[in-house]
Design a protein around this ligand. Structure first.
Ligand SMILES: Cc1cc2nc3c(=O)[nH]c(=O)nc-3n(C[C@H](O)[C@H](O)[C@H](O)COP(=O)(O)O)c2cc1C
Length: 302
């Protein structure tokens, strides 16, 4: 995969709703990994234009990525795509829908499209729709989680796809990154590990809760958004979502205000949560990942 050749470490900081923004993407680029943010983190197209303008001005030509929701309820897709064409991020990660509406326009400026997929059947569909690569979402992932083992998922996909492949879900450290590459991925996608980064937009309370939590504090629930996601038990309980009578199963990615409230007040984190032991800068996290990755690679070689 061409883009990883220019990176210090094959790591993509996952796009995270209300968590990743300009500072995270710029810090990732300067630390030698790939940063990304989801466009709904900007309330308006004008704000998105401003964010992308700032990123391009600060990354000094290093690659970065953006995440677009291609689900039919995303009324802003057309506006976001036009802004994306203006700033030309190297990678576009599509989620919650077919990549078809964006492929030709991203290819026209020389970008690549990675489709976020939870299983091999949807992976095949995404490739048929023109995606260049697959962002495979495995079990243990924060946010809307996956359900397959990363190892079985990579093997199944590698049977029909030799192109770009990212794997995410529960990758906690540099050893996990090495395992992902050894298993056949080109890049490891890590969200939860960066939740507590100084550059993350998460509130201080959210970051402190992530630092305090361990894997046993993570609960899967589809009650908050209608799709199974992983949450910090305490915040789920505080919002009343552990009571089956308060079920709210509306699946609508267009209700931005509701969505903002849910993800802001109910905190998501994946099974890698125990690896976040302090609030620290992205550069420091990448140093730790790099050291452990190289040790693990040496162990594989010996
Ligand atoms: C708080 C949070 C918000 C997320 N928001 C999004 C999102 O807006 N779009 C998306 O495609 N994935 C989103 N994800 C999923 C991540 O992109 C990624 O797949 C996942 O974090 C990888 O697994 P890990 O958390 O175990 O590292 C989110 C994850 C978290 C933890």
């Amino acid at each position: 995969m061409k883009i990883t050749r220019d990176l210090r470490l094959p790591v993509l900081v996952a796009p995270m709703f209300l968590v990743s923004g300009v500072e995270m993407v710029v810090a990732a680029a300067h630390a030698g990994i790939l940063g990304a943010f989801p466009t709904p983190n900007c309330r308006t197209p004008a704000e998105l234009d401003d964010w992308m303008n700032q990123i391009n001005a600060r990354v000094e030509g290093r690659p970065w990525a953006v995440n677009l929701i291609t689900h039919s309820t995303n009324a802003r897709l057309g506006d976001d795509l036009a802004i994306l064409e203006k700033y030309q991020p190297a990678m576009v990660i599509t989620a919650l829908g077919s990549p078809a509406p964006v492929v030709a326009r991203v290819h026209a400026y020389g970008g690549m499209v990675m489709a976020d997929v939870p299983d091999p059947a949807l992976a095949k569909k995404a490739l048929a729709a023109g995606a260049d690569g697959l962002a495979c979402l495995a079990t243990g992932a924060g946010g809307h989680t996956g359900h397959l083992s990363p190892f079985a998922f990579i093997s199944a996909v590698r049977a029909f796809h030799r192109g770009p492949l990212s794997i995410g879900g529960g990758i906690s450290d540099g050893e996990g990154v090495a395992a992902a590459i050894a298993a056949g991925a080109d890049i490891a996608c890590m969200g939860t590990r960066f939740l507590g980064a100084s550059e993350s937009l998460a509130s201080d309370e959210y970051k402190q809760a992530v630092v305090a939590a361990s894997i046993g504090d993570i609960v899967a629930s589809d009650r908050v958004t209608g799709t199974t996601a992983l949450w910090l038990r305490e915040s789920l309980a505080a919002a009343g979502y552990l009571d089956p009578d308060t079920a709210d199963a509306a699946r609508d990615y267009g209700s931005a205000n509701d969505a903002h409230r849910r993800w802001r007040d109910i905190w998501s984190a994946g099974q890698a949560v125990g690896s976040v032991r302090a609030i620290e800068p992205v550069a420091e996290i990448v140093d730790q990942l790099d050291t452990a990755f190289r040790k693990a690679a040496a162990r594989l070689q010996s």
